[in-house]
Design a binder for this molecule. Structure first.
Ligand code: COA
Length: 336
């Protein structure tokens, strides 16, 4: 295989959500909200959350194990975990996940791009494979936003859920199904305040003063985030399809970060692709941040919605702000 023929190929897919379910009615018992408001504004009906004592790493290990199984592999050269809710601020979560998966002393690191984390991680991993620095990479997206939400914030409590999803990338040929192509990444740090946890990093810790409790919670300005998500995911998907050599109308499935069912509908309208081509599992899991795209892939694959040979574009948008997308022809794999 020459350098230009070598590609990173999706060869396995796994996902995991913790068993505890919180329905909209459960939230309405403690907060001034309703199933009607949440489902009509977001498309979400329930979400999964970890039990006390659980962690993002626990979910990442489960999803990673399943992706390895799906690929029929027992090892990977590198483990990348995309997360904004690491088990600890320091060190990264990935080394412990690699250890718990029995992968020995492989390279392992985290990537933080909030809801775009999985796309950023996939792009980074593909770079290692394509450059010949690794033959395989286990890419895991895992988050437990239930641990950083303000219990009194009805908006974020309604939207976010916990979960993990993982893809096994291996070296292959650019012409193979599953080969990644047309990666596009973007950011707008000028709007970093729209989605944030204000304290816990160097800015609010370096004062030496304890942070106010509210500053340790996740906050989001829903309206501008909605508009930016639609704008950037639509243009990113178009850019990536173009780079892959596809007309937008030739895309069979657009698997977007599951932030809000109305965002999916607005992107579909903007790029003029029928909404039926946008797989959605948001009703069952909510917004699972870095886990969202691989979880949506696993569910769409299990539901028979995502089929081998289909032209697929994956797209994300999130805090940073960040956005990105990547294209591939869906390979013949079974999600575990
Ligand atoms: N239940 C009931 N009412 C709620 C509510 C809830 N869970 N959450 C917010 N509201 C209220 C607000 O307080 C506001 O009340 P007010 O008019 O009395 O002030 C009203 O509903 C409208 O709020 P607004 O934020 O304008 O609603 P919206 O239609 O924009 O929907 C979001 C809010 C958060 C669902 C929507 O903006 C959204 O999905 N944004 C993108 C979020 C996202 O995808 N984030 C992740 C990006 S990666």
């Amino acid at each position: 295989m020459t350098g230009s023929d070598r590609a990173a190929v999706v060869a396995g897919l796994g996902s995991w959500v913790p068993p505890t379910v919180v329905t909209n009615d459960d939230l309405a018992r403690h907060l001034d909200t309703s199933d009607e408001w949440i489902s009509s504004r977001t498309g979400i009906r329930r979400r999964h959350v970890i039990d006390p004592g659980g962690s993002t790493g626990d979910l990442a290990v489960e999803a990673g194990r399943r992706a390895l199984k799906s690929a029929g592999e027992e090892r990977a050269d590198i483990v990348v975990v995309a997360t904004s809710t690491p088990d600890r601020p320091c060190p990264a979560t990935a080394p412990e996940v690699a250890d718990r998966l029995g992968l020995g002393g492989v390279g392992a690191f985290d990537i933080a791009a909030v809801c775009t984390g999985f796309v950023y991680a996939l792009g980074t991993a593909a770079g290692f494979v394509q450059a010949g620095f690794a033959r395989s990479v286990l890419v895991i997206g895992a988050d437990t936003f239930s641990t950083i939400l303000n219990p009194a914030d009805r908006t974020t409590r309604a939207i976010f859920g916990d979960g993990a999803g993982a893809v096994y990338l291996r070296a292959g040929a650019a012409t193979e199904p599953g080969a990644l192509k047309g990666l596009h990444l973007g950011s707008d740090g000028g709007q970093s305040d729209l989605i944030q946890v204000a304290a816990g990093g160097s800015r609010q810790r370096s004062t030496g003063l304890p942070a106010a409790a509210e500053a340790t919670y996740f906050t989001m300005e829903g309206r501008p985030v909605f508009a930016e998500a639609v704008r950037h995911m639509a243009s990113s998907v178009t850019t990536t399809a173009d780079a892959a050599g596809w007309a937008v109308e030739d895309i069979d499935k657009v698997v977007l970060h599951q932030a809000n069912a109305r965002i999916l509908a607005a992107v579909a309208e903007r790029i003029d692709v029928p909404l039926e081509r946008f797989p959605a599992n948001i009703e069952r899991v909510g917004n699972t941040v870095a886990a969202s795209i691989p979880l949506a892939l696993a569910d769409a694959s299990a539901d028979g919605e995502l089929l081998p040979g289909q032209r697929v574009v994956l797209g994300g948008f999130g805090g940073g702000l960040t956005w990105g997308s990547v294209a591939l022809v869906w390979p013949d794999i079974t999600a575990a």
